[in-house]
Design a protein around this ligand. Sequence first.
Ligand code: ZN
Ligand code: MN
Length: 436
Amino acid sequence: MAAGWEAVIGLETHLQLRTKSKMFCGCSTAFGAPPNTQVCPVCLGLPGALPVPNGAAIRLAVRGALALGCTVHPKSIFARKNYFYPDLPKGYQISQHDQPLATNGTLSFVSPERGIVNATIVRLHVEEDAGKSIHDRFPKATAVDLNRSGVPLIEIVGGPDLRSPAEARAYLQTLKQLLEYIGISDCDMEKGSLRVDANVGGSVTQQPMLYDSRENTVRPQRSKEESHDYRYFPEPDLPPLVLTPEFVAEEQSELPELPPAKRDRFAAQYALSREHATVLTASRGVAEYYENVVRAGAEHQAAANWIMTEALADAKDHQDQLRVPAAGLAQIIALVKGGTLSHQAAKRVFAEVAAKGGDPRTIAESLGLIQVADSNVVAAWVTDVLGAHAPEVGRYKNGETKLMAFFLGQVMRASKGKADPKLAQRVLEEKLASAS
Ligand code: ZN
Ligand code: MN
């Protein structure tokens, strides 16, 4: 960035709400149906069709607003946002303009450059989605699918608080995490459930950006052709949206524990580092899994270590599924702690349970992984190893005691990982001390 200039980025996030039916009609919102099969006179914008607001969508929008610390207004107004686009059959979108559902919230996120930033949420309003233009289905023609037309959205407008693309990324990650926690959307960017526009430099440029979930990057989308004069006016077919204080209070009381609170509680309750607590609360599913493993009797830090390494690595390769049941992981951890399984062997058992299911102990037995703690058997391995490495034994006796790790490695190898390492070390020490 040129000297004297600073990036000023505000993000507008559109989020599809998790409802069965559309915002103003009863059509299904299910993704992936054949084009134009989930439509009716309302969402096709046929003359005379009247919209009716979806109560479930309003409830989810209020929940989102409260999770972001916004003020939810007792009265908000639906407005028509007029513009022409082939996938907008009415010629306007029903949105909210000068009296939105909620205003003035905050999203705290960790900036890689500035530490904790409290980004302003300027407003959150309810609106309907447009249809989809499909450019790659027919050669030289664009097709329109109106299944998405009228699907409930919230638009979350962030203030100009972000200073770099890295901050925009961190903000979005935090926002997505929060919205997933409260369960108001599947936040699936591939299905378009979460879409992001960036306002860079406020009034200087407006460039719609696409957030790529797999790459975790933000890149420019098609540029917006239309002007920004939408000629908003209040929607004459809908009365003001009036929410009682009781309704808002009820939604507030039903909010689950949110990520920052859960992270702090994990750190305190389970004596975890802040880093570990952050990883374990990154998603609600992983946090629940951790607590179930601990409830099944696993030691706090061991459970954290296993989940952050084996379980999350396995989940990453299997559509985020935590394939080893919490009780199974607790049992594997107990087998290691009790000396029945080496850590290496336990990892194999974990992989086996993940792939095929089953009881960890039975699997460990069938794979011949139960650790050998019989000192006669271990002593035989030790004798073999020392016999095969006479020069190293000599060096050890001349003071090169760090060779113990080498001997131990050889014993583990000779035993195919089955020797109890603590016992093996003790036998090694004895034999190296006595042999002269
Ligand atoms: Zn419809
Ligand atoms: Mn919008």
